[in-house]
Design a protein. Structure first.
Length: 87
């Protein structure tokens, strides 16, 4: 049987993928560049939120096996990714 953390992480990734597919279908439906860009811009928040959420679930799931220093390094790495994507 799968761990709860694995189930949560997989569920969030499936939700994220479903949102992306629905957005793509909606872009095709509206068939206008301006509206497509608005939809695409709305998706810009989905990726980082899912990244942070799945990482948090994963870290909580293995917090008893990982030292605080390693968790701090992981959080620092995520911060760098988010800063790099933002700028």
């Amino acid at each position: 049987m799968w761990e709860k953390a694995i189930m949560g992480m997989a569920a969030l990734r499936m939700l994220s993928g479903s949102i992306e597919i629905l957005a793509a279908l909606f872009i095709l439906k509206v068939n206008q560049v301006e509206k497509a860009l608005l939809i695409n811009s709305g998706l810009a928040i989905v990726g980082p939120v899912i990244l942070i959420s799945t990482t948090t679930i994963g870290l909580l799931g293995m917090s008893d096996r990982v030292s605080f220093a390693k968790i701090a390094w992981i959080l620092l790495g995520i911060s760098c990714i988010l800063i790099g994507v933002r700028k």
